[in-house]
Design a protein around this ligand. Structure first.
Ligand SMILES: [Zn+2]
Length: 274
């Protein structure tokens, strides 16, 4: 027997999912999570004014941006949302729901677990504020000292911006490095401040070093390669999935992994277990 789409039986068949399991176009889902952040917006759709609440919802496996249409949600609420769906927005999954979903307030809280996700699970869908662990296997061209258009921020290789014509390019630093965790790979983008932390060289010092090397910026990239290649790291950030570029992680935070320490800890744990 075929059931109409609004049938109660269909709603009952919605199975609960953890946030880490959500991927776009998987059908209707049930998610229980805590509203970490929310902003209210007024949107006019086909002449009708509607309220949309946008924010971040979290459970013990991860976080996902959400968009709630005509459903008021408040920061700190723990909600069981049954009948939402997942779409792709800005290269990441987003949970969407409206009054057709069954929404119930819950009294549970979530412990934040610092569990890395595997890169394979992010392929083709991306992820909001994910933690990944792996080894840097490559440092790409365009890493190190770069120059940007002071107007639009575009990376320039001459004093001409395709949009703004002749400009005085502003120096900046960044790293584009490939992180591999054995299941997949992602391009990690480290910004200026993070790059300065990694190589322990400021942009001003980098400029001086490049000058001393007859203007060859490769000297900075070589230092980055020495610091990063084959080095295990823990990286947190938004993983953007775009067909053309694959997986790109905009690094928010990172940490070098001390393998010796990890081995020692594991040994200690085994001893404690007797
Ligand atoms: Zn420009």
């Amino acid at each position: 027997m075929k059931l109409p789409p609004d049938s109660v039986k269909v709603k009952l068949s919605i199975s609960p999912r953890k946030i880490v399991e959500l991927y776009p176009r998987m059908g209707l889902v049930e998610v229980t999570g805590k509203i970490m952040d929310v902003v209210e917006k007024e949107v006019v759709v086909e002449g009708v004014s509607r309220k949309v609440y946008e924010g971040i919802i979290r459970d013990d496996t991860g976080e996902i941006p959400f968009s709630a249409w005509d459903v008021e949600v408040k920061k700190g609420d723990v909600l069981r949302i049954s009948g939402g769906y997942v779409r792709t927005f800005r290269g990441m999954p987003q949970l969407v729901f409206d009054p057709r979903a069954t929404i119930t307030k819950e009294k549970i809280d979530f412990e934040i677990k610092e569990i890395p996700v595997i890169l394979e699970s992010l392929e083709g869908k991306g992820g909001y504020n994910v933690l990944v662990e792996g080894v840097i296997i490559d440092v790409k061209k365009g890493s190190g000292l770069i120059y940007r258009c002071p107007e639009c921020g575009r990376v320039l290789t001459s004093t001409n911006c395709p949009e703004h014509g002749k400009v005085t390019p502003a120096p900046d630093m960044r790293i584009k490095a490939v992180l591999d965790d054995g299941t997949g790979a992602a391009m990690c983008i480290f910004n200026r401040e993070q790059t300065e932390r990694i190589i322990e060289i400021s942009v001003d010092e980098a400029l001086r070093m490049v000058q001393e090397n007859l203007g060859n910026p490769a000297v900075i990239r070589e230092i980055i390669e020495e610091k990063l290649i084959a080095v295990p790291m823990k990286v947190r950030g938004n993983a953007i999935s775009k067909e053309k570029y694959g997986l790109t992680i905009l690094v928010k935070d990172f940490q070098f992994l001390d393998l010796e320490n990890i081995a020692k800890k594991a040994e200690q744990m085994l001893q404690d277990l007797g």
